[in-house]
Ligand binder design. Structure first.
Ligand code: ADP
Ligand code: MG
Length: 292
């Protein structure tokens, strides 16, 4: 039978905006040794904005128009940032055909009959598109600032780079500090590139980063830690996070996240505030202390 203390704890959680969907999650939370965080939408607000345009061989308007015409067809937060930037600058979009998504790398389509590729370095490498050294240096600098750089290429070769910044949530740094004060290890797992990921990790104080993971590799990271004897909590919001949330010993979903993530999490943070993930851990310690 479920001890009364757990039921009381679940009720207390609900008052705090921490929805605990099964009592077991509350019992396990106090045993967690590692917390894994998704980056975008979990540690950051997930509302990225275009900050810089570096065009090579075309105008910045053409760079933005090519990129936005393709990204109009994508629901990715980076895509929405590119489309918003085009709208704000009154740059006209062209119809795109044969749109395709390359998971964890980018998108492509034909714009006015011309192939356009929009995505990360790995995607450009795959397609044999070279990035000149001077542009590479600028991209590195953006990434060291924690920005994500989207590259754009058309039949004429590389058209340029678009730097996009996402802001940290106000309480992310404090939440990471408190998890560490409880003796937990912290890890960030993201599809973004290592330099951007490490810059963000440094800003929030996260110990270790696994970057450039393709969709579904996040769960593999959870399992690898569990195999080493770690008890793992995973905090995430995206479709890509659902398998990791399900495999974690405690899956914590961000309340404003995608439906799939919400269904996979045993604990849902109604206020999207990572301090509530710390509160869930503390609630677990309190409740289990009462049972013993
Ligand atoms: P995450 O949500 O952790 O960033 P994703 O798998 O969604 O992981 O994306 C990984 C990377 O793939 C992004 O950082 C970006 O470089 C690239 N990418 C994915 N989708 C797009 C897109 N629509 N436009 C441009 N780049 C994209
Ligand atoms: Mg996310």
């Amino acid at each position: 039978a479920t001890p009364t203390a757990v039921t009381v704890g679940v009720g207390r959680g609900a008052e705090l905006g921490i929805l605990i969907r099964n009592g077991e999650a509350l019992e396990t939370a106090e045993k967690v040794t590692t917390v894994i965080f998704d980056k975008t939408g979990t540690l950051t607000k997930g509302k990225p904005e275009v900050t810089d345009l570096v065009a090579t061989g075309v105008t910045r308007e053409t760079l933005l128009s090519l990129a936005a015409s393709v990204e109009k067809n994508s629901a990715h937060p980076l895509a929405q940032a590119v489309v918003r930037a085009a709208e704000q600058r009154h740059v006209a979009l062209e119809p795109a055909e044969k749109f395709d998504t390359i998971g964890g790398r980018g998108v492509m389509a034909e714009v006015l009959g011309e192939p356009v590729i929009v995505g990360n370095r790995a995607l450009m490498q795959d397609r044999g598109i070279a990035v000149p050294a001077d542009l590479e240096a600028r991209i590195s600098a953006f990434e060291q600032d924690g920005k994500t750089v989207v590259l754009v290429a058309s039949s004429g070769g590389l058209a340029g780079a678009i730097a996009i910044a996402d802001t940290l949530k106000e309480t992310s740094t404090e939440a990471v500090r408190r998890f560490k004060a409880h003796g937990l290890s912290t890890l960030m797992v993201t599809g973004d590139n290592p330099r951007t990921a490490e810059a963000i990790a440094r800003m929030v104080g996260i110990d270790r980063v696994v970057a450039g993971v393709l969709p579904d590799q996040k769960a593999a990271e959870v399992k690898a830690l569990q195999a080493k004897g770690e008890v793992v909590a995973f905090v995430g919001d995206g479709i890509n996070d659902a398998p990791a949330l399900a495999h974690a010993d405690v899956g914590i979903a961000i309340g404003s996240g995608t439906d799939v993530a919400l269904e996979s999490g045993e604990i849902v943070l109604v206020r999207d505030d990572l301090l509530d993930a710390v509160a869930a851990l503390e609630l677990s310690k309190k409740v289990m202390g009462r049972i013993r």
